[in-house]
Design a protein around this ligand. Structure first.
Ligand code: 13P
Length: 259
């Protein structure tokens, strides 16, 4: 068995944040990171994913801090005639080191397929970014007991080919986000989260050094009150946080909940 990977607590700001509040939030987090000493420091890597309009300014605000910056999506092509889209190299150029791909809000709202998500993940890796590949079942699939099968199919279709299995595995992060738990205040039970994460780890080849090194984040209504018990679960290697990441107190408290 390999040691569990260092947790990652990532904030997905979604379509929230203008120069004023977004930069104030980044500055607040940078201040906390700079003044946290010893045991006050979160036992995890930290990441914020602001809207693209704020990316470079947030990256600049966090430049001296250990908090990384990521994009919320990237195009599968490096560049070209794709009006309104952003390539992975552009994210990197703006200061990002991560890109979220395949978030359920993009899968649903922009008809993104597993194949497209895989292409985006490969583009992110190709640009030298870590790709956070999101998967998750709908409420109906959860109700029908189809969760594990749905996740297996999404992983098979949307992970970059040979992720984690090839060198650079640590560059892929999986985020398990049950769609019905996003923004609803609902979460699966701790047992359910643990069972799903163990299953994903098995699919990744958890017994191998590469498969064991891939971080599996949980996302969906993580908040300051429930973070500690979720983050303490085996095979939960951090969290992808939406709403609560917009509040410095909450995000910091979640990060500090890492065991
Ligand atoms: P909430 O934390 O607001 O439920 O959002 C989760 C999410 O979608 C993060 O990507």
């Amino acid at each position: 068995m390999t040691d569990p990977p260092r947790p990652l607590v990532a904030g997905n700001w979604k379509m929230n944040g203008l120069g004023g509040d977004g930069l104030a939030l980044a500055a607040d987090l940078a201040r906390r990171a700079a003044s946290a000493k010893g045991e006050e420091s979160p036992a995890c890597d930290l990441l914020v994913c602001p809207p693209a309009t704020l990316l470079w300014r947030v990256a600049e605000a966090l430049g001296q801090s250990p908090i990384a910056v990521g994009g919320q999506d990237c195009h599968a092509d490096a560049k070209g005639a794709h009006t309104g889209d952003i390539g992975a190299e552009m994210l990197k150029d703006a200061g990002a080191t991560y890109a979220i791909v395949g978030h359920s809000e993009r899968r649903a709202g922009h008809s993104e397929t597993d194949a497209l998500v895989r292409a985006k993940a490969e583009a992110a890796l190709g640009a030298g970014l870590c790709a956070i590949v999101c998967i998750g079942e709908t409420e109906a699939q959860y109700g029908a007991g189809e969760t594990l099968g749905v996740l297996e199919k999404q992983l098979a279709g949307s992970l970059p080919k040979g992720p984690g299995i090839a060198p650079g595995a640590a560059k892929v992060v999986i985020a398990y986000e049950p769609i019905w738990a996003i923004g609803t205040g609902l979460t699966p039970s701790l047992d359910e989260i643990a069972r799903v994460h163990a299953h994903i780890r098995g699919i990744l080849g958890g017994a191998s050094a590469e498969g064991g090194s891939i971080r599996i984040l949980y996302g969906g209504s993580v908040n300051a009150a429930n973070a500690a018990e979720i983050l303490a679960l085996e095979e939960v290697n951090g969290a992808l946080v939406g709403g609560a990441s917009l509040h410095a107190d909450d995000f910091w408290s979640i990060a500090r909940s890492c065991p």
